[in-house]
Design a protein around this ligand. Structure first.
Ligand SMILES: [Zn+2]
Length: 260
C-alpha cells in the first residue's frame, strides 16, 4: 500500500502524516457494510496519534503498519475517533497508553442505542465509557495544539471531523460526515440519521476545505483529495483487492481488483 509520508508543520510542531489504511467507497448488497474505513497516523517526536482505528478485520494490517514505522501499539499516545460506529471505533482497546478522544454527544447517543439497532458496537462502547483512557470533547475543542474537533452531525448525532493546521495547509479528516468523493461532489449522502444535518455538515466541510488552497480532505471511506481549480483530485492511487478461492485448490487464487 502506498503511504503518504509528508512532514506537516502544525504551528511549531512537525507531524509526519501517513495513511495506514485507505478507506473504500462501497457497500455490499449481499453481505452488508464492508466497513473499510480510513486509518491515519500523525507522528511528532514521541507523540503518535491515530485517527480512527477500524475493526477486527484490519488488526493484523494495523500492527504491520505500526511495525513498519518502528512502533508498537504501546507507542500510540492518542486515538481520535470520528464517531462510535464499529468500523471506525472497535480497535480503541488495542492502545493501552493512548487517550481515546471521542465526541461527548456521540458517546451519550451511542450508550443509549438499543442493542442491534444501529452500527454501534455496544459492548466496546460501554467499555470505553468506563475506561480512564476516555476523553470526551466537543465542537471546536483544540485536542492538541493545531488539531481541532468539528461537530459534523447527521451520520451520527455527535459525529466529529478533525482538522490539522500546518500553517500552509490543513488536513481535514471528515470521517463519515462525508464518506467519499461522491458525497462531497453531489452534496448528498447515503446512510444518515438526519439528512438535513448531514447536508449542513457537508457544507461545513466544504468551507473547511476551501479555507486554504492546498487543504487535503481525507474522507472516512475514500482516499485523500485536494482541490484543483475547485475540483477534488485524488492524491493516491486506489488499492483495494479481493483474493478468492473459486477453484479446486488453495494456490489458484482469483484476484478481483476493486478499482474505478
Ligand atoms: Zn459510520
Amino acid at each position: 500500500m502506498r503511504i503518504i509520508n509528508t512532514k506537516v508543520k502544525v504551528g511549531i510542531i512537525l507531524f509526519e502524516y501517513d495513511i495506514f489504511v485507505q478507506g473504500f467507497p462501497g457497500k455490499s448488497p449481499t453481505h452488508g457494510g464492508l466497513g473499510w474505513s480510513s486509518i491515519a497516523l500523525l507522528s511528532q517526536n514521541d507523540q503518535n496519534i491515530i485517527i480512527d482505528v477500524g475493526s477486527f478485520g484490519v488488526r493484523k494490517l494495523l500492527f504491520q503498519k505500526l511495525h513498519e514505522k518502528g512502533l508498537t501499539p504501546n507507542d500510540i499516545t492518542m486515538v481520535l475517533l470520528t464517531h462510535t460506529h464499529w468500523d471506525h471505533s472497535v480497535n480503541w482497546n488495542l492502545f493501552p497508553n493512548a487517550t481515546i478522544v471521542v465526541g461527548e454527544v456521540d458517546m451519550n447517543w451511542a450508550l443509549n442505542e438499543p442493542t442491534g439497532h444501529s452500527d454501534v458496537p455496544e459492548l466496546y462502547i460501554k467499555e470505553l465509557d468506563r475506561s480512564p483512557q476516555k476523553r470526551l470533547v466537543g465542537h471546536l475543542e483544540e485536542i492538541v495544539p493545531g488539531i481541532v474537533a468539528h461537530q459534523t452531525k447527521g451520520h451520527t448525532p455527535g459525529h466529529l471531523a478533525y482538522s490539522v493546521d500546518n500553517g500552509d495547509f490543513d488536513i481535514i479528516f471528515s470521517g463519515d460526515a462525508a464518506k467519499n468523493r461522491a458525497e462531497l461532489l453531489s452534496r448528498n449522502v447515503d446512510m444518515t440519521l438526519s439528512l438535513s444535518d448531514s447536508l449542513d455538515s457537508i457544507d461545513y466541510l466544504w468551507n473547511l476545505w476551501r479555507k486554504k488552497k492546498d487543504n487535503i480532505m481525507v474522507p472516512g471511506h475514500d482516499i485523500p483529495m485536494k482541490l484543483v481549480d475547485g475540483k477534488p483530485v485524488y492524491l493516491q492511487k486506489r488499492e483495494a483487492e479481493l483474493q478468492c478461492w473459486f477453484s479446486d485448490n488453495l494456490e489458484d487464487l482469483t484476484d478481483v481488483k476493486l478499482v474505478d
